[in-house]
Design a binder for this molecule. Structure first.
Ligand code: FAD
Length: 319
């Protein structure tokens, strides 16, 4: 069971960075900060990588919060960081960290065997408004691509939305087929009571798209609204066909393109695409449960839906 560790709301948008550290506000916020994020942020802003001490290496396993530090260590970290940030108040570093800094951070937080992931981090982490290193460095017209080239993405969950956004940034015509009535995938479908993330909300944020969270482990509506906001703010609804299920696809070797069979309220039609991307998620389908019942007796396959597949309230006749 996750507990809420919600700090008071910040007074400014997460991406609206001031020119200098708000020194007078720090004592108010630092006691609520996640110690791991605080250490990493302080090391970045002050350039003092010695803050990443061996004895403060965090436990980042799922289910462990705040680095797994005992309370006295958390307090010591917060005191140390507050002091370091206070000293750096006028001269803090607003730039992206260097590759070497990122590498050191990865090795400290995640152990040296994860150093190979540093380039991936460098490509995905954003350090402020307009900082979008994952943006494609090419465009379709720039590489002399066929203007009729077209990509079909199946699914408008977290993965499909980002794929569509990146393709549009590269000027590639894209259409997304989503069988549900709105975007968000599993976070749109699941409505069971208390549904929320079990990893920090920030992990659900696209690094280049701002988001502030209601709590450390946000509830389903907050995640769903964030994903709808991502689609809205980036104009993605223009290229998403909601209520459209892809029934199948085949390769047309003669014309060298895919042909998708799409079912919507208007009927069934075939849609050609040069490339199709599957972003259908892994947990959206009903899975009959065949394990024995609690008493050990063979239970009939359950109608309950497995994993993150959609919940139907018992009052509606399922569940
Ligand atoms: C309570 C909860 C907690 C979770 N916790 C975590 C976590 O801590 N960490 C983690 O990594 N993941 C977690 N997940 C899993 C979740 O699946 C992922 O986080 C993520 O949202 C998956 O995104 P996706 O885009 O890959 O897939 P999905 O969100 O499943 O989206 C797939 C989309 O494709 C659409 N689609 C599928 N087939 C078709 C078709 N044939 N035609 C048209 N559309 C189609 C679906 O309608 C859906 O909208 C959690 C999920 C829930 C509900």
């Amino acid at each position: 069971m996750q507990t809420d560790v919600t700090p008071p709301r910040p007074s400014r948008d997460a991406d609206d960075r001031p020119d200098r550290l708000p020194l007078d506000e720090l004592p108010r916020w630092v006691p609520h900060a996640d110690p791991v994020a605080l250490l990493l942020t302080t090391a970045h802003l002050t350039g003092d990588l010695a803050l990443l001490r061996d004895e403060w290496r965090p436990d980042l396993r799922i289910g462990v919060t705040e680095g797994g530090y005992p309370e006295p260590v958390r307090e010591e970290i917060r005191r140390t960081c507050l002091d370091a940030l206070g000293k750096a108040g006028e001269t803090w570093d607003r730039d992206r960290p260097t590759y070497d800094t990122l590498q050191r951070v990865v090795e400290w937080a995640m152990r040296p065997e994860f150093a190979a992931y540093t380039p991936l981090l460098g490509d995905t982490l954003s350090f402020g408004p307009g900082d979008d290193p994952g943006r494609p460095s090419w465009t379709l017209s720039g590489v002399g691509g066929d203007p009729d080239f077209r990509v079909a993405v199946v699914g408008a969950g977290e993965s499909g939305l980002l794929m569509a956004h990146r393709l549009r940034q590269a000027g590639v015509p894209v259409v997304v087929f989503e069988r549900n009535a709105d975007v968000g995938g599993t976070w749109h479908e699941n409505t069971y009571p208390g549904c929320r993330v079990d990893i920090p909300s920030q992990v659900y944020r696209y690094s280049s798209h701002p988001g502030t969270w209601e709590s450390h482990f946000s509830t389903r509506p907050a995640i769903a609204e964030y994903l709808r906001g991502f689609a809205r703010d980036n104009g993605l609804y223009d290229c998403i066909e909601l209520g459209s299920e892809v029934l199948g696809s085949r390769w047309d070797g003669e014309r060298r393109r895919w042909v998708l069979t799409v079912r919507s309220a208007a009927g069934i039609r075939e849609v050609p695409a040069n490339v199709q991307v599957s972003a259908v998620g892994q947990f959206g389908r009903r899975t009959p449960r065949t394990s024995p019942g609690p008493s050990g007796s063979a239970a009939p396959p359950s109608t309950r839906r497995a994993g993150t597949a959609p919940w139907t309230s018992p009052a509606c006749g399922s569940g």
